[in-house]
Design a binder for this molecule. Structure first.
Ligand code: PRT
Ligand code: ZN
Length: 295
């Protein structure tokens, strides 16, 4: 790999892969994968992509085998706690996908009434670092049993009394007779980077990529909203538009009391917003997606 190319590590296949590929695609990058499929090259920018297991990403980035990476915050924070390094990788920004929670879960018949109930109990988890940190914060002394996978079966097998595992919909817990009782860590995908300064060439590629990622993130929920409205309703309408800057207000030919209002809304526009706008006198309301945005 050339000195000048920025090396990014992403998950080869799993719950982060689709989000990573979509993000890179929305940044205008197409990845052509090598024959072994562990390595891809981007044509549009000097970027090389390494496709790894998510557990290896933080280490590859910290050790300078890669410059940047995308990983679950849960895995990254666990790595920081359990694998102390001289110069660990650093978090650059959250990316808004692969959201999940690391949760304590107990058998459904437990009348759970607080962390104190875990005193002296055994907790199975793949995240001993984050779990112990939470127990310490709660002032609870419990035994943490490390399990690499299938944590949810531990209470049934009497390996542990409770578990601490990643929860998304809660269906896995439910199917195993467990219920979530406390949130230990909230997670989403994060961009991480090597702690050392990049060469000037790599820094320039990194800056350009970051600018694109920020653009994708801002335009993800953003919508362009257009409507006609009574001139007198413009202040109230402006206030109701979610995350909007000052709107553009245009005269309408032959209708002195009415104007066209155009605005970029940076937050989701839901049906109830449209109903409120209508109640304020707006008509012909259009909500359009925004493909790209750069501040
Ligand atoms: O093979 P590789 O090591 O790369 O992948 P992996 O199997 O270790 O990880 P993977 O692909 O399962 O998850 C990657 C990352 O996605 C995690 O580190 C989290 O940051 C995030 N993520 C988001 C999840 C989930 N949602 C999720 N639901 N990771 C795991 N789960 C599992 C959870 O462990 C449990 O078994 O899904 C089950 C619970 O799901 P629900 O919907 O039933 O609650
Ligand atoms: Zn993994």
């Amino acid at each position: 790999m050339s000195e000048e190319r920025l090396r990014i590590a992403i998950q080869k296949s799993g719950r982060l892969s689709d989000g990573c590929m979509e993000l890179l695609k929305n940044c205008g990058l197409k990845i052509s994968r090598g024959k072994d499929k562990l390595y891809g090259r981007v044509q549009e920018m000097p970027i090389d992509v390494l496709l790894l297991r998510d557990d290896d990403i933080a280490e590859f980035v910290a050790d300078d085998a890669c410059d940047i990476g995308i990983v679950g915050q849960n895995v990254f924070e666990e790595d920081l706690i359990t694998q102390p390094r001289e110069a660990p990788a650093e978090e650059v920004m959250t990316l808004g996908f692969a959201r999940c929670r690391l949760m304590l879960a107990a058998p459904k018949d437990w009348a759970f009434n607080g962390a104190g109930m875990l005193e002296g109990k055994r907790i199975a988890t793949s995240y001993p670092g984050l779990t112990k940190k939470w127990l310490e914060r709660e002032g609870v002394s419990a035994r943490v049993v490390m399990m690499k996978g299938s944590v949810e079966v531990a209470p049934r097998l009497t390996i542990a009394d409770a578990i601490c595992d990643i929860v998304s919909t809660g269906a896995t817990l439910d199917a195993n007779g467990l219920k979530p009782v406390a949130t230990v860590f909230e997670s989403e995908a994060v961009l991480i980077r090597n702690a050392n300064p990049f060469s000037a060439a790599r820094q320039a590629v990194f800056d350009a990529l970051l600018k694109r990622i920020r653009g994708v993130m801002t335009s993800r929920d953003a919508k362009y909203v257009m409507m006609n409205a009574p001139r007198s309703a413009v202040p109230a309408i402006t206030e109701r538009l979610p995350g909007a800057d000052a709107p553009t207000v245009l005269d309408l030919a032959g209708a002195p009391d009415k104007v066209a209002v155009h605005a970029v809304c940076r937050e989701s526009v839901f049906w109830d917003t449209l109903e409120d706008l209508k109640a304020l006198g707006a008509s012909a309301i259009l909500v359009l997606p925004i493909e790209k945005m750069m501040a």
